[in-house]
Each structure stands twice: as C-alpha cells, then as structure tokens.
Design a binder for this molecule. Structure first.
Ligand SMILES: [Fe+2]
Ligand SMILES: [Fe+2]
Length: 335
C-alpha cells in the first residue's frame, strides 16, 4: 500500500532485523512496527529506536486485543497506533500525519539551533564591543595621566608604579577583578587634580608656605570634580577624593577615618608611601623596600589600615623591585 502511494519502504522480519536496518546508516523518516514479535518486541524496539533516532516517529501496528499495550507504547513515545486490519486511507492518513509531525519537530529544532547560534554570535559581538570600549577607556586614562606627567615631571612613572603596587596588594587581598579595575583607575588618576594647581606652586623648588599648602591640598577635590561626572570613573573619583586621608582621621581633605575611607584609597595609601620611599628625591636617594616596610609598619593604625599593612608585609620584597624595574624600564604600561 505504501509503495504504491510512492513511499520508499524497507521491510524487516523481526525487531532485531529492524534495528539492524535502522543502524545501517540509511535514513528513515518513519517506522511502522508490530507489537508482538519474537526476540525484540515492539516495545523494546520502540525504546531502542527512540533513544538513537529521537526524530523518527514510530507508529505501532496492533490487533484489537493489544490496545492497552498500544496505549502504553504511546506513553513511551510512539506517535500513534494502527489497528489491524486497516484500510488503505487510514494507513496513508496516519503516515502523512506522522511525517508532518516529524517535519515540524525537525524544523523547530533547526530554528532553535539557529536562534541559539545567533544569540551566541551576537553576544560575542557585544562582548568584543565592550572590550573595545573598555580598552578605549584605559587608553583615555593613560592620556590623562600623560598630560599630568607633562605638567608635573616629578610624578613621571609615579602614577604607573603606584597603580601596579596598588593592584598587587588588592590581588593579594583577594579582591575581585571588577573591584581591582576600579581601584586601579583611582590609583592611576589620584593626582589628576594637580592639573588645576598653578605651576608656581606645583614646581616651586623650596618649601611651600601655609597658603600654598592649602592650594596644593585642593588637588584631591579638584580631581574628584574632574572625574565624578564620567560614568565609568564615578567610583574611581571617590578614591581620588580620599587618597590623602589617613586611617586615624588626621588626613585631608575631609578627615575621614578607618572604613569611612574607600578601601581602594586605603590600599593606595600604602602603595604610595612604598613608592615615595623607594624613589629618589631631590634631598635623598631612594631607600630599600625593607626600609619602606619598616616605615609603613611603624605607621600602621595611624596612617594606614592595619589589615592592609599585614597583607602588604607578607608580600615578598622582590615583587616590588621587579614591578619597579618593569615599569621604569618599559616606560610604563597601565594595563
Ligand atoms: Fe596626592
Ligand atoms: Fe601621588
């Protein structure tokens, strides 16, 4: 009946024969299977073919007395059943319905797979765009930092070193990469407010008088004002504002104390002192990391957060020496 209706058919004499045919590599769009068969019966064949060929609908062909078994087969994943003996029209209608059902299932899956790969591709594009944007941000930051270096030659390399030192301590403290990114930007730009300080004060060779010190101290707030309106620098701006505060509340400009000072600024403070002590100054040569550690430990709880000092002291001297050599040698590199 099926062949005369132009379907291409293959026949198998038993469950096992059918299974062998299914596994021969030939593709089948539909299986009509008897229930009662020697060896592998219809239910067994259904089970095996469902797990290997989930898209191929199975129609159980059964005698009236097997109807409850046929219903059980449908619960197990058969598409439909045909009662023997059947009419030609009944057979063709069932077969066409089953094939249509298969077509829809395959089409739907293809659509979903396409949708998934489309979503994956778009997500990847977005991720790349974000990464590009982030890179542009950091290049912009470097340009800002370089602008400050041009104005205040004494800070050259200082921003980059202090950033690297701050990142190293933050990592050692186990902060997340998102937190570290914010803190790094704050550290890198900490003195950006010095752009607003007159050269006569910024570059004055001798000691500053009280008025000049007051102007100089404005650099924290000036930096904060400059950065806070830039969306991706909002949090970093808080660090810039607080970078001269001291743990015991004797810093400036707001006399913040302990946890009132953003964590990033507290970490920065240790990194900044390390850099100051281990850098050459007009009035003294660079000192060792060991000397810096002693000094920082002495001020733990006063200038510095004791917890951060504890972490800092546990880090090897060589790390700081390597970082400095790397940055001073390569001319820097913020990221
Ligand atoms: Fe500063
Ligand atoms: Fe500084």
């Amino acid at each position: 009946m099926l062949t005369s209706a132009s379907f291409q058919c293959r026949q198998a004499g038993s469950g096992n024969e059918a299974l062998a045919l299914l596994e021969s590599g030939e593709e089948f769009e539909l299986m009509l299977s008897d229930l009662m068969m020697a060896g592998l019966d219809g239910i067994g064949l259904l089970e095996k073919s469902k797990e290997k060929f989930p898209d191929m609908p199975v129609v159980m062909v059964t005698a009236v007395h097997d109807i409850s078994v046929a219903l059980a087969a449908i619960r197990n994943g058969a598409y439909d059943y045909l009662l023997k003996p059947f009419e030609r029209e009944q057979l063709l209608a069932t077969v066409r319905r089953a094939l249509e059902n298969r077509r829809l299932k395959v089409e739907n899956r293809t659509y979903q797979t396409n949708l998934e790969s489309l979503v994956t591709a778009r997500t990847e594009q977005l991720r790349k765009a974000m990464a590009n944007l982030e890179r542009s941000y950091d290049i912009t930051l470097e340009a800002l930092g370089d602008a400050l270096d041009l104005k205040d030659a004494e800070t050259e390399g200082h921003s980059k070193r202090v950033t690297a030192f701050t990142i190293a301590i933050a990592r050692h403290m186990g902060l997340t990469s998102d937190q570290i990114r914010v803190i790094a930007r704050g550290a890198f730009l900490h003195d950006i407010g010095k752009m607003a300080i007159p050269d006569a004060i910024l570059r004055k060779p001798g000691a500053l008088n009280a008025d000049e010190i007051a102007v100089m101290r404005e650099h924290c707030f000036r930096g904060y004002q400059l950065l806070r309106r830039i969306p991706f620098l909002g949090e970093a701006a808080e660090i810039v504002y607080s970078h001269q505060e001291k743990f015991d509340g004797t810093g400036y400009p707001r006399n913040l104390k302990a946890e009132e000072i953003p964590l990033g600024a507290r970490i920065f403070s240790v990194a900044d002192t390390l850099d100051a002590i281990t850098s050459d100054r007009p009035y003294r040569p660079a000192q060792t990391v060991k000397a810096a550690k002693e000094e920082i430990e002495r001020w733990s709880g006063r200038q510095f957060d004791p917890e951060i000092v504890r972490v800092f002291l546990s880090m090897p001297d060589k790390l700081w020496e390597d970082l400095r050599r790397e940055i001073d040698g390569s001319g820097g590199g913020f990221s």
